[in-house]
Design a protein. Structure first.
Ligand code: SF4
Length: 375
């Protein structure tokens, strides 16, 4: 039931992705990279669950040093997530098999340097070490100039950003790359990936619904997008993002493989009636940047304490860190992003205040009650 794909085949060390290659399933370590024992265990857990590739985030030289030790203890295919610190590409390249950069994060450092030069530096590091690349566009962190030109709503900004970065990488004569275009809304993920695949059918696509949240809703959102895309021959690799404790991260691989098997066998699940109506909780899947592991429990508690508002069309976003948390809560009616000891509460783009983990839930309820009273 999965039609032939039109993408070219690239190689991530000995893993073929795209074209006629099996669709790869991957995940990301949720442990702090500097906690070497926990990160090695996380990589082993994901491998044992059947991951073809494991992504690890690095933010600092200390993370790179830790990653070097992790690399020495596993044969797993490793991808590195550069996030804002694109300059780490050169030091991390000898340690991994693939680099992911986010076009929306390149403006944070060396603001006066043209984006093209930054992309050329990343591509140079990948080429020198025989690595693949992922151009990973995320709707929650789209580059400001694309938001200004194409607006924050809809898919144009994220699709244009991905296409322009493909053109830059093409100009550098580099072809071993995949693209991902993610959003927390599965309908936008479908529209964006269909639009991109029409424009660039040759480029392998990595699928994902970011911040899908906790099971079962997170699984349903992901399934909605993956069923529609895979059954059109779109998608060469995928990741299911679920907000679950890091010992349960194998679930992401199991769910990904189950969705693939179902689509291959023509088994499609119907979307529960009114699934997109009412309260929408989005939560990040957590990664090495989570500074307080209470984040996972907090996400679950937010769901429980706000259940009374389930008929209201509000979005509440719960994010695990200060890197992506502030930006990726902007579009939510209420947003929470977690620091080491405090949680920041927002109403749209406006800050409401900073509260301890014990104070935050009553504050959230107060804000939610205010929104309901105004609606
Ligand atoms: S919001 Fe932060 S902690 Fe959550 S997945 Fe994104 S980078 Fe990781």
């Amino acid at each position: 039931m999965i039609p032939p794909r039109r993408s070219r085949t690239i190689r991530i060390r000995d893993l073929a992705v795209g074209g006629e290659a099996p669709i790869a399933v991957q995940s990301m370590a949720a442990t702090p990279t500097r906690d070497i024992e926990a990160t090695v265990r996380q990589v082993e857990l994901l491998e044992a669950a059947g991951a073809d590739l494991v992504r690890i985030a690095v933010d600092s030289e200390a993370d790179v040093e830790a990653l070097a030790i992790v690399r020495g203890r596993t044969r797993a295919l490793l991808s590195v997530d550069l996030q804002e610190n694109y300059r780490l590409a050169a030091t991390v390249a000898p340690l991994v098999d693939k680099i992911r950069y986010n076009p929306g994060h390149l403006h944070h450092h060396e603001k006066s340097k043209p984006v093209r030069e930054k992309v050329a530096m990343i591509v140079g590091a990948a080429r020198e070490h025989g690595l693949a690349l992922r151009i990973g566009v995320n709707a929650g962190s789209v580059a400001p100039e694309y938001k200004d030109r194409f607006g924050a709503e809809g898919v144009e900004a994220i699709v244009r950003s991905a296409l322009d970065h493909c053109a830059m990488v093409d100009e550098l004569g580099f072809t071993d790359y995949v693209v991902s275009i993610k959003d927390s809304d599965p309908r936008l993920v479908v529209d964006a990936n269909v639009a991109f695949a029409e424009a660039r059918p040759d480029v392998p696509l990595h699928l994902g619904v970011t911040e899908a949240g906790m099971p079962p809703d997170g699984v349903i959102k992901t399934r909605i997008a993956f069923e529609q895309l895979l059954s059109r021959g779109i998608g060469d690799t995928l990741r299911v993002s679920l907000t679950v404790p890091f010992d349960d991260k194998g679930q992401e691989i199991e769910v990904g493989r189950a969705i693939l098997a179902d689509v291959e066998a023509g088994r499609f699940r119907s979307v529960p009636p009114n699934f997109f109506d009412g309260l929408n909780i989005i939560a990040c899947p957590s990664c090495s940047r989570v500074e307080n592991t209470r984040f996972i429990d907090l996400a679950q508690e937010v769901k429980e304490v706000t259940a009374y508002a389930e008929d209201h069309d509000f979005t509440i976003a719960v994010m695990g860190c200060r890197v992506n948390g502030p930006g990726e809560t902007d579009d939510a009616d209420l947003g929470l992003w977690c620091g080491p000891n405090h949680v920041n509460l927002k109403r749209g783009e406006e800050s409401v205040g900073t509260y301890t983990y014990d104070e935050i839930l009553p504050k959230l309820r107060e804000e939610l009650d205010r929104l309901i009273a105004k609606s």
